[in-house]
Design a protein. Structure first.
Length: 222
């Protein structure tokens, strides 16, 4: 097993500070979008857009304990986290700050809104299932164990699956070309992060056998 030395110095490591700063950028961007849409809430589609932006803020708030939690072990790497977090924030910001393509309200718009909510719920259940073994950082804890129950009975990375589903629904509701492109970049960043994370996980006893029988994100696909 590779030993990773903790960062030295008096202040917090940039690997810890950068994701927190990105979190604050996300809050600022989504809050701005929420205010803009709620200001035009006389239009039903803008009202729902504002509510959806508020739900995104609530999602960020729910993950504050994880985002700002002190790591129990030094991260194995940080580049994928910064890429992943930046792609996430850019996707959400481009969606909520861009113009809505819809002339008026349609009940069909509930489909992407529900996809967003479903993705968030999927992610939160996965995080709760992992408990203290979940971290935004790629790292191995001293007593790291493989979780194979709950959602992890079906796929290896339900938290990432929830992240993708939630943003797919979010982008589909606000639907503008920039956010669609950034969603593709987010998917690429998550794919890269999963591959990087699994190189560490393969060193944990039992993970290779678990991985052999479970897809990463979509059963029967990948």
């Amino acid at each position: 097993m590779t030993t990773v030395k903790p960062a030295t110095g008096r202040g917090p490591s940039w690997t810890v500070q950068a994701p927190r700063l990105l979190f604050l950028c996300a809050v600022a961007a989504v809050t701005t979008g929420m205010v803009v849409h709620l200001r035009d809430a006389g239009n039903t589609v803008d009202l729902v857009a504002g509510i959806l932006a508020a739900c995104y803020l609530a999602w960020l708030a729910v993950e504050i304990p994880v985002t700002f939690r002190k790591s129990t072990a030094p991260p194995s790497e940080s580049a994928t986290l910064l890429l992943y977090a930046t792609a996430r924030i850019a996707t959400a910001a481009a969606a909520v700050l861009g113009p809505l393509p819809w002339d008026g309200w349609s009940w069909a718009l509930l489909a992407p809104a529900l996809l967003f909510v479903g993705g968030v719920v999927l992610r939160q259940v996965a995080i709760h299932t992992l408990g203290r073994f979940y971290s935004h950082h790629v790292m191995r804890q001293q007593d790291h164990q493989i979780v194979t129950y709950g959602l992890y009975r079906f796929i290896r990375h339900p938290a990432y699956a929830g992240m993708l589903l939630a943003h797919a629904g979010f982008v589909a509701f606000f639907l503008n070309p920039v956010s669609v492109v950034l969603l593709a970049l987010l998917a690429a960043a998550i794919t890269f992060r999963i591959r990087t994370e699994e190189r560490m996980l393969m060193n944990i006893p039992g993970y290779s056998a678990y991985a052999a029988g479970h897809a990463r994100l979509v059963p029967g696909v990948w």
